[in-house]
Design a protein around this ligand. Structure first.
Ligand SMILES: O=C(CO)COP(=O)(O)O
Ligand SMILES: O=C[C@H](O)COP(=O)(O)O
Ligand SMILES: [Zn+2]
Ligand SMILES: [Zn+2]
Length: 327
């Protein structure tokens, strides 16, 4: 063990999820790749008093660098402490591809890991998820696994159609693996193109209800839950970008899910859109600007304000802990 997550001021997701399910909100899990996105996320959650899961894909971990990442997480928890807030912060591996990557993350200070074996045959998914959970639990790290395949692009896996989670499998899966939370497929998908124009953008909340009946109170995770806000897509296109037919999950669908056993909702695309819109706006309006603070700062602020709104109006996680500020 190079770092243990507790030495970085981080928390695992156990108490976060128990409180979220008891009180009927969902914990936001926001992906990040750089310092400004991390600032946007942590400032939003501190100001709202919301717990937060800082989520890093394998690609993001490579981009940041595995040696630098634990200290970015430590920077975030130091910020929380200085702000007077007491929100718990988790550092979570998103879509971990195998045991080796999950283990390496745990040894480098992650407090939570996802093993995503959803595209493997059921028995292989069970076996590797259990291997990850056994190692993780020795170090008090929590584990998320997945059943069902999200449509769209999932890392290198491309599922053309939704393969919804089968409620009949979930009880067997969680008892055999010992994982702490379960990601399910009920119609969400990754990226900015979740539905085609003309589709009815609905989630299969009936499948969610069936799953809840089989594993009452067990923390459920929704991936691919960005709303793909029009205002940012329009800004991007107005200022020289080209994103066509971008459609996300309506807030109303997510709000229903957040009130149920869904304890964690993943958002990456919305933050990317807000951030990109902010940069493009500055570049278009002030073509002479070349100070990174002058375009990354506004980008961060768009992301932060959007996430604050989402925490209040969709996740319902505001006020779960003490709010603070340190800027
Ligand atoms: O599920 C996600 C990360 O694991 C992110 O989903 P979005 O692409 O909808 O933001
Ligand atoms: O689910 C995937 C996340 O949105 C991260 O995507 P990424 O692999 O491009 O970093
Ligand atoms: Zn998956
Ligand atoms: Zn995902």
């Amino acid at each position: 063990m190079k770092y243990h997550f507790k030495d970085l001021g981080l928390s695992n997701t156990k108490e976060m999820f128990a409180k979220a399910n008891k009180e009927g909100y969902a914990v936001p899990a926001f992906n990040f790749n750089n310092m400004e996105q991390l600032q946007g996320i942590i400032e939003a959650c501190v100001e709202e008093g919301s717990p937060v899961i800082l989520q890093v894909s394998t690609g993001a971990r490579k981009y940041i660098g595995k040696e630098m990442l634990p200290w970015l997480a430590k920077a975030a928890t130091a910020y929380v402490e200085a702000s007077g807030s007491d929100i718990p912060v988790a550092l979570h591996l998103d879509h971990g591809p195998n045991y080796a990557e999950a283990r390496d993350c745990i040894e480098y200070g992650f407090s939570s890991v996802m093993y995503d074996g959803s595209h493997h045959p059921y028995d292989e998914n069970v076996a590797e998820a259990k291997q990850v959970a056994d190692f993780a639990h020795e170090h008090d790290v929590t584990v998320e696994a997945e059943l069902g395949v999200l449509a769209g692009i999932e890392d290198d896996v491309v599922a053309a159609e939704h393969v919804y989670t089968q409620p009949d499998e979930v009880e067997d899966f969680v008892s055999k693996t010992g994982v702490d939370s379960l990601a399910i497929a009920i119609g969400t998908s990754h990226g900015a193109h979740k539905f085609k124009p003309g589709d009815d953008p609905k989630l299969r909340l009936d499948i969610l209800a069936e799953i809840e009946k089989r594993i009452p109170g067990f923390p459920i995770v929704l991936h691919g839950s960005s709303a793909v806000p029009h205002q940012f897509v329009e800004m991007i296109n107005q200022y020289g970008g080209q994103i066509a037919d971008a459609i996300g999950i309506p807030d109303s669908e997510l709000r229903k899910a957040a009130k149920s056993a869904v304890a964690k909702i993943n958002v990456d695309t919305d933050g990317r859109l807000a951030f990109t819109a902010g940069i493009r706006e500055v570049f278009a309006k002030k073509p002479g600007e070349f100070d990174p603070r002058k375009y990354l700062g506004p980008a961060k602020d768009y992301m932060k304000e959007y996430y604050k709104d989402k925490i209040r109006n969709v996740f319902g996680a505001n006020g779960a802990y003490k709010a603070g500020t340190a800027r």
